[in-house]
Design a protein around this ligand. Sequence first.
Ligand code: SAH
Ligand code: MG
Length: 957
Amino acid sequence: MGETPTIQTKKSNQTPKAIIHQKYGSSACYRIEEVREPVQNSCPGLAIPQQGPCLFRCNLQLPGLSVTSEAFKKKKDAEQNAAQMAIEKLDIQPATDSSTSQEPWDVLIAARISSLFSNEFLSSQNQPQHPLIGHFRAALQRETEECGLLPVSILATYDAKLNNLCKSINHKLDRNPHLIVTLIMKAARKSGSAAISQGKLWISKQTPYTPEILQALTSQQLSSSEGIWIQAVRIPCSIEKPVEPVTLYISSDGYYMDAIAQELGLTDTSQILVSRTVGKASSEMRLYFSALESPVPSDLSLEDLLDAKEPVTNESFNDRASYFSSQNIYGDAILASIGYTWKFPDLFHEDVSLGTYYRMLIGRLPNGGYKLSREAILVAELPIAFTSRSNWRGSYPWDLLEMFCRQHWLSEPVYSIISITDLVDPSLETSQASKKLKVANPAEEETKYANGRSHAANDKESIAPGGSCRCEVKILSKGQDLIIECSPVDSYRKPNDAKQNAALKVLSWLNKYLRKLDMHVEKLSSSGATHGLCFYPENFSKEFALCLSVHAGQLASSLRKCSLLASSCMDQLNTTQEHGVCSFKTEGLDSGVFPSNGSLICISYVVSLVRKGEHMKESLESSDEFEFEVGTGAVIPQVEACVTQMSMNQSAHFNTELPPREFIFAAAGDSLKSISLLSMGACFLEYSISLLRVTEPLEDRMEQALFSPPLSKQRVEYALRHINESCATTLVDFGCGSGSLLDSLLDMSTSLEKIVGVDISRKSLSRAAKALHLKLSENSDPAKPSRGIKSALLYDGSITVFDSRLGGFDIGTCLEVIEHMEEDQACLFGDVVLSSFRPSILIVSTPNYEYNSILQRTDLSKKDEDPDEKMQSLPCKFRNHDHKFEWTREQFNNWASDLAMRHNYSVEFSGVGGSADVEPGFASQIAIFRRGPIDAECSENLDIAQPYEVIWNWSRS
Ligand code: SAH
Ligand code: MG
């Protein structure tokens, strides 16, 4: 990988402030100043300068020098910056490690080696046992001339103290097992108690052990008399060669390192090198590989050693093994889980299958990590949104991000919560006032609508107690180089939600681009910028250099193989999948209970690998209960598309093309069987899914649990009262959805003769059509309430566009629809409906934002949630995550009054749930518009415009 080690002591791990402190102590004086940088003034006419966020500069006074830092958001960054500037000006060299700690590192290392090769180390009977003791025992039991000899690399690998001493010289040593081995050999010579074999990497005690110690050591052994077989995996150096399973046999009196060396084709075990543990922290999973033929000469000075380049060609660099361990590994490697540990008196070992390898591989990318946490490799992808703790399944985004950083050997992510209310300085009364004034300005109004949700969050009146917050997250390397900085603009009521969403943003970006690192840096940057994410290309590519070659290489080689084999059926599948739909068959009766966005649903499924033509099938994965939230991208698109067209208790089957091979192996219980099936060609995946349960979105649950009758029913009854009062014969329901209002009207006796619904959701319309058709054909009985209905129609179209077939109806309803559109669209709808459709009466309902504090304080949580969780369970700022806004009473009144005035309507306000006279008003606020005396405006409506498409048309014959 061509990384040149540099001497850390020159660049030191110390912070600039620490260096200054060392030199100047208390005579260094830091002073923080607040600065407000003016923002580019967007309204040149505005007298009051706009204020940017508060920043800090730091002035540092030293004897004979004064420096002032750049401006920073954080005081401590400003201080460090000032210290750094002083260091550069004064050209201060940080104290070197050897001068602070008196003793050079190799002396310390030599001392530790001496203690490992003392009689006491083996005679100490303290439990738990040091992991090295097993190695000593096995080596001393050898009956060959190699008796008592240990491979050098195991010392640093299994003795944490020695390992830390080596690492603290330079964090880059940590990446390089070869240099560590050289360093230990060098120190061993100094130690006087350990001997190094000429030309080999063996290390042994200089003087023999006493017979008592040897006696005690061998009598401790607990192992059974039988040998063990363990499964391991070979990762060939060439990425073109497949990873393959290998079996190791370790005889009862043998040394496991010997068995691994043999598998690696080494002539003697001294040539073996061992990586750090990979995978779970608790595992003994490590990579074993061979030392380079010409290791670094050990007579180099420490500094030269650190500067030494690895004497190798890149051809023998093992990308995959190095990627797994973040260490430089050359040649073939064996991945095995075996070793002596503090916990077990005997040799610990566990099988590592191909499946294990592939699970580790895919687990290193965020979506893979998520899939693994859900134990549903073939179903789950990383969701696009974190809506609430109660709906999220699998590891939380911040846990996934932390795991990602750990696996890639980075520092822990650093989060900072920014409170939006903090950014508004209360002393700036004047700028507050100007903000309020601006609302009256029509040009400003426009930007307000465009800002939509984020503006609502900034609006002081509408902030729920506790304020709103955003979250920034930073990813740094182990050497503290900044790699990624992400500060999404979205604000949340709870700091935790802000944190989870910020983590999710970073994960999604990483997920998308780690496989495309060969993309142009500018493209990567601009894609990052649209996510509110800034990354530092140099530091980034240093850390993730291997990601691309390993994942893309794996993908390419598996695709190459699979595509040849499966091309025929893939062609066929591709054509259906290009449009994001795949055909599927549904079975079972329609129960009428459908999932919608925000529903939490539970399915059971089986995914099988199937060979086309012949009936050869291998079940890859199945689950009796798999829960996920609909509409957040928590599952692959085909599954989401399928379940949203199923009703509860129905089942469906569909096929998809093959995912990358590593996903199949990771899921397959029996990877060998899957390989043989794949190698026969023409395979695809078959999914069968049953929809077991549908839990309605939060909003619906609240409306049902907190109101009696449920709020939706109260809205219908409200509309019904107005229908009857006005003796309306024609009704149009704008944004009819699945037809809940129209359907309920058919159960009641009304004056209506013609009912029409309009919506843009085909899916909802087809459900509405089904339900209405059933009810109307059943209701041919003259005694049925709906017998007055002569015609019913459903249109697909946007209610912001006029269709002349729906002009001049007696009554129009638009219940809980406008908040699903962007604010500017809601305003457009208002104008179109009152200027063109011009119904005699129009009823519009929408949530009252002020009522949310009551809804969200009420304990609606399920019994099984713990008390802490209860407070957390309703984190939605809005009632439903599909809502683009929710208005206060004042906002709604302003919208409706202004609209009515401009179009010659009168308007009055009412609502359902709660009461007008008790704060905070109704739960659902309603405006009733009544058309004024006919004026000139309506004659314009004679224009014929018919953009809507008829979806369903019923008339009584
Ligand atoms: N009125 C129904 C549905 C409310 S959900 C009820 O009370 O149950 C909101 C509905 O508005 C959704 O079905 C959505 O598809 C529809 N919608 C959103 N924007 C629309 C638009 N521009 N034109 C027509 N329908 C729209
Ligand atoms: Mg709604």
